[in-house]
Unconditional design. Structure first.
Length: 420
């Protein structure tokens, strides 16, 4: 009987200690976000507990990472002591996602409320400027799409344009008055051959927000002609800017004085020191579409492989071409043929210029540890400049005309001629 009473007494003491020393967790609710600006927001918390007098700190902590806590990479506010409701303004924010939790320190331990995730990007309209869907000689129809669901109303939306980059609403603009978040406008009175920069915009109480910029260049319809080489091959020509270019790759086997170039298979082409040509991969079926690949010795020879009154396109010619087509970054799409010979995607290809660039590939002498290699048919077209080491190329997944200065005399690339 004594043993039973002793066990009961010990159990009572332990139970009493647990009740006195234990702390029931407070109920903490993180307040929903309000009064949002581009750099601040208002939040807070509501605390319910029977031990309000033991709360030594309360506030909100926030971070770019989930589940923010005191003492790590989080920032925090200090909003007094006690239970009840409190409010705090978080400043110094930037556009992006934040994780927010109210906290309480009670009995030497910190407790956290529910997590709120808020992205300041929600209050900024996403503005998407799309490529023109219709063009004439002096107009372009542009479409703008907005993604926006925040409660602050849009005060204005539309399109702005200029002959300078980064157009804004202080100059040429069209204001759309409809309710749809997708709208179009036909910009008129544009000058052919002049690059225009266009982007959509949207305004709410937080500011003016612009979309991506699209360059619009209205080119005149290509003017074609014809020229014949010393072998009797006829080529389409086209006027681009102030110059007349071949609109096809060269297929001639002689200099224009009748002197023959060497016709070589790969095994000899990669080691010769004379002017020579070859056909991609030794397959004569590639010749009608892509022309011959000529080595650097052909380019640097004092004899001229182009027709009388024509020359191999110089670096200056290529850069002038790019300038006429809106710059190196966008010229490539305007030069590439819309053709199944290009691998997918044939990015930005319109051939507005009439250049009709095709992916004829090249012969790379230094590839495969100097073993040599035919490469890139279907994905890239390569053309010599008269400076030999510098060449220009188009690729299927880019809109740009690109250039390098790594050509060697035993590389093989296409040639385009330009009228003197």
């Amino acid at each position: 009987m004594k043993r039973f009473l002793w066990i009961a007494f010990v159990g009572y003491v332990l139970s009493s200690c647990s009740k006195e020393e234990g702390v029931n967790p407070p109920k903490i609710t993180t307040t929903a976000v309000s009064d949002v600006t581009l750099t601040s927001l208002t939040t807070g918390g509501e605390i319910t507990t029977e031990l309000a007098n033991q709360i030594t700190a309360r506030g909100v902590c926030w971070s770019r990472m989930s589940n923010p806590e005191l003492g790590n990479t989080s920032e925090n506010s200090e909003d007094g002591t006690g239970a009840g409701t409190f409010q705090t303004v978080i400043n110094g924010l930037s556009v992006g996602k934040y994780y927010i939790r109210a906290y309480v320190t009670l009995g030497g331990k910190t407790y956290y409320g529910n997590q709120i995730v808020f992205d300041l990007a929600f209050i900024t309209p996403e503005v998407i400027t799309q490529n023109p869907t219709e063009r004439t000689a002096n107009s372009a129809k542009m479409t703008i799409k907005l993604n926006y669901s925040w409660t602050d109303p849009l005060l204005e939306k539309g399109i702005c344009w200029s002959t300078f980059k980064n157009p804004d609403v202080t100059k040429n603009k069209h204001t759309d008055t409809g309710s749809s978040l997708e709208f179009s406008h036909n910009i008129t009175s544009l000058t052919s051959g002049v690059p225009y920069y266009v982007r959509g915009y949207a305004i709410n109480k937080h500011g003016t927000f612009y979309g991506n910029e699209i360059q619009v260049l209205l080119l005149p319809a290509p003017v074609y002609g014809e020229v014949t080489d010393v072998d009797g091959n006829k080529y389409k020509t086209v006027v681009i800017g102030l110059k007349t270019w071949m609109a096809e790759n060269l297929k001639v086997t002689k200099f224009n004085d009748g002197t023959s170039l060497a016709s070589l298979a790969e095994s000899d082409f990669k080691n010769t020191n004379e002017s020579a040509y070859t056909v991609y991969n030794g397959n004569a079926g590639n010749l009608p579409t892509f022309g011959y690949l000529y080595n650097g010795y052909t380019v640097t020879n004092t004899k001229n492989v182009c027709m009388q009154g024509w020359h191999i396109a110089s670096s200056s010619d290529w850069y002038s071409l790019a300038s006429s087509l809106g710059g190196l970054d966008l010229a490539g799409g305007r030069m590439k043929a819309i053709s199944t010979t290009w691998a997918t995607p044939n990015e930005g290809a319109t051939n507005e210029s009439g250049f009709t660039g095709l992916p004829g590939g090249s012969y790379c002498r230094i590839c495969l540890s100097n073993s040599g290699l035919f490469a890139d048919i279907g994905t890239d077209g390569y053309w010599w400049s008269s400076q030999s080491a510098e060449f220009f190329y188009l690729t299927n997944n880019l809109t740009s005309l690109r250039t390098k200065s790594t050509g060697t005399s035993n590389d093989g690339m296409s040639i385009r001629c330009v009228k003197d």
